[in-house]
Design a protein around this ligand. Structure first.
Ligand SMILES: NC(=O)c1ccc[n+]([C@@H]2O[C@H](COP(=O)([O-])OP(=O)(O)OC[C@H]3O[C@@H](n4cnc5c(N)ncnc54)[C@H](OP(=O)(O)O)[C@@H]3O)[C@@H](O)[C@H]2O)c1
Length: 174
């Protein structure tokens, strides 16, 4: 495979068949969110033993997985309140570097070079970065966590850091 990076934009499934050889040595962006209502329940994830992204990393030995672009909508805002809401969140929330209302997106990876690649992509697209590595910490940005509540209208770097810290581990949820 000639590309430097690949994107997996579909849900994790145990035992999934991925192109392990072709992706070995590549940075792989995983946009998936674990949504039990959609994907079913995975005991390792529900118990807090592993994140769904660690499970996918295990399915891709040799690749450098990064959880990225998981809390920015690829579609229009719902409901549409003003005409700009019809834009995908990725464009609607983008701002130039240094803008006072610039939003931040999170990345998690076990590989610093994968984090830096995502940081560059986010910056080019109009977002600051919060590094929530390694992948074992990526539960903090899962659906239902405090940061998730702000994913539609975005959050600053400082707000995102605070919201990630407020998350309660799935293992501690009764
Ligand atoms: N939509 C968003 O705004 C958003 C934001 C952040 C993150 N995400 C995450 O990004 C992923 C994609 O979201 P989406 O809204 O685009 O979902 P979607 O509309 O359900 O599209 C998923 C696509 O992936 C394909 N697919 C499923 N399993 C595959 C496999 N094993 N190999 C190759 N292709 C496969 C599906 O094909 P078939 O229809 O033929 O099965 C479908 O075309 C999800 O994991 C979601 O959690 C979405």
């Amino acid at each position: 495979m000639a590309a430097d990076l690949a994107v997996i934009a579909f849900p994790y499934v145990p035992g999934e068949t991925l192109p392990v050889k072709e992706l070995s040595g590549k940075i792989v962006l995983d946009t998936n969110n674990y949504m039990a209502w959609r994907d079913g329940n995975y005991p390792e994830v529900d118990s807090g033993l592993k994140t769904v992204h660690e499970l996918r990393q295990e399915n891709l030995p040799g690749a450098k997985l990064a959880k990225a672009f998981t809390h920015i909508q690829h579609h229009a805002r719902s409901p549409v309140r003003v005409p700009g809401d019809a834009l995908p969140g990725l464009f609607r929330l983008a701002r130039p570097a240094g803008a006072p209302d610039r939003m931040a997106l999170v990345v998690s990876s076990d590989y610093p070079d994968a984090v830096e690649l995502v940081r560059g992509l986010y910056d080019d697209l109009g977002f600051d970065t919060v590094d929530n590595s390694p992948l074992s910490e990526s539960w903090r940005s899962a659906p239902g966590t405090p940061m998730w509540e702000h994913s539609v209208d975005g959050q600053s770097r400082e707000e995102l850091i605070a919201n990630l810290q407020r998350a309660v581990s799935p293992a501690r949820v009764e």
